[in-house]
Ligand binder design. Structure first.
Ligand code: FES
Length: 579
């Protein structure tokens, strides 16, 4: 019996993308011989082939439910008349990748793109969750161009420490800060370490993983409701089954990813990033993903969007709750319904329907306290604001929803650290000349500087100030910050110090003025003084003798372009987003 609606052709299923032996007939003959060695029949080989990009890894507990997800995906694919073909790709976990997972995101995107190109498949399910995996997969799939659908692994459950609900990793940072300040002793520090991560799955707050899950759904790349079910729940497995069957529909319809990842889809994703109080990393990843389809991310237009997009999700680090609460409150369909007047409803999704049509079919709203209304937001503007000024000519950002309101308009003396090693060596020195109103500046943690733009922009409060009760200070760097972190932290200063951006020339004692209301970051040093410092200390951009590091340092672009490799961006411009 053959599939009634899928007609295998030379350009589909196992017949496509044949290995080059100089004889196409022999290539197919050989391919079928090998796969039959694994027990496959001709009937199975005539089905639509659905690749499953498997990112399971013992080094990645955020994907620890991968075996169950794959079982559910395969069930969905088989029920819909497809043939699942699971294959491995690179997997990245935040805490197991040195120097930083961001250094490897582009490598994972290249791996994903080339495996999608090289292997025969009619559609692909991208299974990812931990911070860099979803953007890497979507970047690779956008460049490969075949029908694709994202399956999120899902968030971890929350734990309980001495009666208090805890979850990674906002509470990891909070407890570590308390330990550094002397409020928590060694024994309690070790005790809470057992409680912070209660199951496999991604971080339980609105960190980068949760942000990218919501963004994937806002882009139209997941089935409706695909962002929020926790990793170890029946809901997550049903989403996986549905994703599998939807992948077969994508294969049959031939709905390519280029028809989903449009300027409108990115605008919806940027709107959601603002409304969820999402991770600042989301902006870098969206810039990189947009670049793969020829769209330039317009930071100023994004900032204007932020002025009329309130934060509606009451999740840590901007609010109080966790991802499982967001799921119980209705997840993304409930949020998107609230944002409906601000969205591009005609954007196409992996269901084959528009976002508006999906919302029409979404479950009815009900009373809950996690997803606020526009008239009763958590924060009146979007979570992220874009700053400009002579310290960041190409922009910098601040997560204003997670910052101390008292520091949003602030002028202070710079206390400068040249790089991460300098910071580590001096930040806790009792003799460090630092005061609560100073501004901590860290250089050389940008895309080329570290390299890989690590999440080191969340500089710790100097220990002597932390012990005196200081909880927040203005901090500035060209690096990134974990989405689970909070504080008045200015990030992504562009151009970075390592390529000679103005940040490279800031010295301890200089004065810096921050005005979030004016969106400005001013370094109170004259142009003449800057020119003198540039002449006295010329900067040489970092390089490497061989390997991936050489490729990285030669090719990585700046944060405003997503820190992607220049040769991986689309060849032709499709304009800007948001418009
Ligand atoms: Fe994987 Fe936080 S470490 S999502």
């Amino acid at each position: 019996m053959t599939d009634s609606t899928f007609k295998p052709t030379q350009a589909s299923g196992f017949r496509q993308g044949l290995t080059s032996y100089g004889d196409q007939g022999f290539s197919l003959f050989l391919r079928k011989a090998f796969i039959k060695g694994a027990g496959y029949s001709d009937e199975a080989l005539d089905k639509p082939v659905i690749g499953i990009a498997n990112t399971a890894s013992a080094y990645n507990p955020c994907h620890g439910n991968a075996p169950q997800l794959i079982e559910a995906l395969e069930r969905g694919i088989l029920l819909a008349g497809g043939l699942p073909m699971t294959f491995p790709t690179i997997s990245l976990h935040e805490s197991f990748a040195a120097p930083t997972s961001m250094y490897l995101r582009n490598l994972m995107a290249m791996d994903t793109e080339e495996m999608l190109r090289a292997q025969p498949m009619d559609a692909v399910v991208l299974m990812g969750g931990c911070d860099k995996t979803v953007p890497a997969q979507l970047m690779g799939a956008a460049s490969a161009g075949l029908p694709a659908i994202q399956l999120i692994t899902g968030s971890m459950l929350t734990g309980s420490h001495r009666g208090e609900r805890v979850g990674a990793c906002t509470d990891c940072r909070r407890y570590w800060a308390r330990y550094r300040a002397g409020d928590v002793d060694e024994a309690e520090k070790d005790e809470v370490n057992d409680r912070l991560v209660a199951s496999v799955g991604t971080c339980s707050v609105m960190g980068t993983a949760s942000t990218m899950a919501c963004i994937a759904e806002a882009l139209g790349m997941t089935v409706p409701g695909g962002a929020s079910p926790p990793a170890v729940t029946a809901d997550r497995m049903r989403i996986a089954e549905l994703t599998g069957s939807q992948a077969v529909q994508l294969a049959r319809s031939g709905l390519g990813i280029e028809r989903i990842l449009t300027a409108d889809a990115f605008e919806n994703a940027l709107r959601v990033l603002l409304a969820i109080g999402g991770s600042t990393n989301g902006l870098v990843h969206l810039a990189a993903m947009a670049g793969r389809v020829g769209l330039a991310l317009d930071l100023d237009a994004f900032d204007r969007m932020g002025r009329d997009t309130p934060v509606l999700i009451d999740l840590k680090p901007s609010g109080q709750h966790y991802m499982e609460d967001f799921h119980h409150a209705g997840g993304m369909p409930a949020l998107l319904r609230e944002l409906r007047p601000l969205l591009k409803l005609d954007a196409l999704t992996v269901t084959g329907k528009t976002l508006g049509e999906n919302l029409d079919a979404a479950p009815a709203p009900f009373a809950q306290t996690v997803i606020r209304t526009v008239s009763n937001p958590i924060y009146p503007q979007g979570g992220i604001a874009v700053l400009r000024g002579n310290l960041a000519p190409q922009g910098a950002i601040i997560k204003q929803s997670a910052a101390d309101p008292r520091l949003m308009e602030h002028e202070g003396r710079a206390v400068v650290f040249e790089n991460s090693a300098d910071l580590a060596a001096r930040i806790d020195d009792p003799d460090l000349d630092v005061h609560p109103h100073d501004i901590l500046v860290l250089k050389n943690i940008g895309p080329k500087g570290a390299p890989g733009m690590p999440e080191a922009g969340y500089l710790p409060i100097p220990q002597k100030l932390a012990r005196a009760g200081v909880k927040d200070m203005v901090r500035i760097s060209d690096g990134r910050m974990s989405g689970t972190a909070f504080g008045t932290v200015i990030l992504h200063v562009t151009p970075e110090a390592a390529i000679g951006g103005p940040l490279a020339y800031v010295q301890t004692g200089d004065r810096i003025r921050l005005s979030v209301s004016k969106r400005s970051l001013e370094w109170l040093v004259s142009a003449e003084e800057l020119a003198q410092r540039q002449k006295a200390h010329p900067i040489t951009s970092p390089s490497a003798a061989r390997g991936y590091r050489q490729l990285f340092l030669q090719s990585v672009n700046q944060a405003d372009q997503g820190a992607d490799f220049d040769f991986l961006r689309a060849e032709h411009s499709q304009g800007k987003t948001p418009r």
